[in-house]
Design a protein. Structure first.
Ligand SMILES: [Zn+2]
Length: 278
């Protein structure tokens, strides 16, 4: 398959998951920026993000240039494999990497809102290659649900350790600490914009949730839950904000109509990017 050069506004980085090949990987999603000013969803996978060189660890809302190839094993039309040797980032004069502020990314994202979560699920039920990434409106965010994550299985630990102890082409092994499992799996309980929505309870697979849990891993259960609730409910859903979820489905065809929440888009309620010129 041919590679193509792509310019991508990174919008979400998912939680790292154990991988037999790289130790652990994440799924990255964003908006591919086309020369005519339009944008389209793109999924970049697999990304061994924790194992990339620090100069390659791009940030959320950064625009990167990278060569992508259609995935040979994933039929979803948005899915591509990256070639990190071609990665170009965009530093400013001080060497810091630029990110798109809310005002700059708003007009790009607003055009990609919709269809509803119910309609995305119905689309995949009818056609496995239907739209697999989206930005869906949240009509009501009811609650967060917590369940214990538990430790990795022995098989997961064995395969992560084996992958990371394989010497690379320079004969060096990966010294990144092994991935620590989060204490909780966290699910949203919400209603989408569909008037007949029965409700959705997707798991949150956002790298920021994993990072928050890791950073606060020594806190009590009650403190950690309160902190997650503040960051992922109180701050994400209030009268000053419009709230949308970045959603993405599973590659596994059996689970494909199930979408996870990969991040939250919550512009100020008063903003109308549709009539703003940039
Ligand atoms: Zn719905």
């Amino acid at each position: 398959m041919l590679s193509e050069q792509a310019r991508v506004l990174i919008t979400v980085k998912a939680s790292p998951e154990p991988s037999k090949t790289y130790g652990d990987t994440v799924c990255v999603a964003g908006v591919r920026l086309h020369e005519d000013g339009s944008g389209s969803w793109v999924r970049i996978y697999p990304v061994a993000f924790r194992h990339l060189e620090s100069t390659q660890q791009f940030k959320k809302f950064e625009v990167i240039d990278v060569e992508l190839k259609r995935s040979a094993t994933d039929s979803r039309l948005e899915s591509y494999r990256p070639n990190w040797d071609t990665l170009k980032r965009d530093p400013d004069r001080t060497g810091k990497y630029k990110t798109y502020a809310e005002k700059a990314r708003g007009p790009i994202l607003e055009k990609l809102i919709g269809p509803s979560m119910c309609d995305l699920r119905a689309g995949v039920e009818a056609d496995l290659t239907a739209q697999s990434l989206g930005l869906v409106e949240v009509r009501e965010l009811r609650a967060l649900k917590f369940t214990d994550h538990g430790p990795w299985t022995d098989a997961q630990v064995a395969s992560m350790t084996a992958a990371m102890s394989q010497p690379d082409i320079f004969g060096e092994v990966d010294t990144t600490p092994i991935l620590v499992p989060p204490r909780y799996k966290v699910h949203y309980d919400y209603h989408c914009a569909s008037t007949t929505c029965p409700g959705h309870k997707p798991r949150i697979l956002d790298m920021e949730l994993s990072a928050l849990q890791y950073k606060n891993r020594h806190r009590s259960d009650a403190d950690l839950k309160a902190l997650i609730t503040l960051k992922f409910h109180t701050e994400m859903w209030n009268e000053r904000r419009r709230t949308y979820f970045y959603v993405g489905n599973f590659g596994d065809v059996v689970k494909r109509k199930n979408f996870s929440v990969l991040g939250v888009y919550r512009p100020p309620r008063t903003t109308d990017y549709g009539t703003t010129l940039f």
